[in-house]
Write a new protein. Structure first.
Length: 246
């Protein structure tokens, strides 16, 4: 009987245009906490719920408190790509993967070498002054004390999608097109419970693979369901395909 990794390797070999849709669980093996698992950020006991702190209205009214939480919980500058990130980048380089759609904001897919990465929720690596529009890198945020300010005196905000904000229309259009053209969609590290982003997983007309530790609303629709750690799975898949990852 074939292992899950062998079955996934077969599906990748049979695919002409595969795509990947991922969430926070893709980066947990890089030391970045997820949100909705039992040990996730949203299960922390706090006076103010994380969903409130990470909202647009809270950011505007209490930017210092926002940034204290943001720096402590959403920024992991020492994190490095794990086997899943590296495998996806290699699959794209080999022409076996058309692109990655991610709910993550950590930039680890790009750090691993992926070229076509559609970040539905933005990125921590880009920040914009709300007064003059000047761009600031992650280092500017990490070095700042309290709420980061631009040279013009304006408040700098991270280019991430906060609660109460909509997704970028251009990114969502490209993500929808990428997934709708795939004959194989690999979904990993996401509960598929955050909308509208989770709805993208339903756009693929081809086969569906779900790699997630916990159950998702789409488990019954999956052609292959894998509960193992995603980095471990992709490491095994790449070995079967004869494509080493560094």
């Amino acid at each position: 009987m074939k292992t899950d990794a062998a079955l996934l390797a077969d599906l990748i070999k049979e695919s002409r245009q595969a795509a990947f849709f991922g969430g926070a669980g893709v980066s947990t093996e890089s030391g970045i906490p997820d949100f909705r698992s039992a040990a996730g950020l949203y299960h922390q006991r706090r006076t103010i719920p994380p969903e409130t702190i990470l909202s647009r209205s809270f950011f505007l009214s209490q930017p210092e408190v926002f940034y204290t939480y943001y720096k402590e919980n959403l920024l992991s500058p020492a994190a490095r790509p794990n086997a899943a990130h590296k495998a996806l980048a290699r699959l794209e380089k080999e022409g076996r993967l058309s692109g990655v759609v991610t709910q993550n904001i950590d930039g680890l897919h790009q750090a691993a070498g992926s070229q076509r990465v559609l970040e539905l929720h933005g990125t921590i690596h880009s920040n914009t002054c709300m007064r003059c529009g000047k761009k600031h890198g992650l280092d500017d945020i990490l070095k700042s004390i309290g709420a980061p300010a631009c040279v013009c005196g304006g408040l700098v905000r991270p280019d991430v999608v906060l609660y109460e904000e909509g997704l970028d229309e251009e990114v969502t259009r490209e993500a929808a097109l990428l997934i709708s053209q795939a004959d194989l969609l690999m979904v990993g590290g996401t509960s598929l419970s955050v909308y509208p982003a989770a709805g993208f997983a339903r756009l693929c007309p081809g086969r569906l693979v779900i790699i997630n530790r916990d159950p998702t609303p789409m488990d019954r629709e999956a052609d292959l369901l894998i509960r193992s750690p995603i980095g471990q799975v992709f490491e095994q898949v790449m070995a079967i395909l004869g494509l080493p990852i560094s």
